[in-house]
Design a protein around this ligand. Structure first.
Ligand code: FES
Length: 149
């Protein structure tokens, strides 16, 4: 007597559920693995960094700090408000310096000049310095908003 080689309905449904469960498990694992391994799939989150208090940074003064990814940012009191700019020159990536006596940024690599808002005054830089939002709270704490990489 020949056995029936067709799977029963119960066997078929249990295999279908098992396959769906494996697909979801491996799919979820693959999604999070790719997200972990490839930072560009991560949505960058804004984060406010406490830099100083307003009374410690008089007009013309500046302070430099690094964000979580090690990027150098300079916070300047322009006299009319606070400005936060990347110190990385937009020409070839040298470090630009704030010169308080001349109220501009200077990049010594190829004589690039930027105004207090990071706009190019002269030299080869093709665009302004990267700018970051600045917030001052009710206690005069100065925060700079950066994006996590
Ligand atoms: S790298 Fe700054 S001017 Fe060239």
């Amino acid at each position: 007597m020949a056995e029936d080689s067709k799977p029963s309905r119960r066997t078929f449904l249990s295999q279908l559920w098992m396959g769906a469960g494996l697909f979801l498990s491996y799919g979820t694992a693959a999604f999070y693995s790719l997200r972990f391994l490839s930072p560009r799939f991560k949505a960058s989150q804004p984060r406010r960094i406490l830099v100083t208090s307003a009374d410690k940074l008089p007009p013309g003064a500046s302070t430099t700090f690094k964000d979580l990814s090690g990027r150098k940012i300079v916070l300047v009191n322009s006299g009319t408000g606070f400005v936060a700019l990347s110190t990385t020159c937009t020409h070839l990536g040298c470090t630009a310096y704030w010169e308080p006596d001349k109220s501009h940024f200077f990049c010594p690599c190829h004589n690039g000049y930027f105004d207090v808002n990071g706009n190019v005054i002269s030299g080869p830089p093709p665009r302004p310095l990267d700018k970051f939002a600045v917030f001052v709270d009710e206690n005069d704490n100065v925060f700079v908003e950066v994006r996590e990489a």
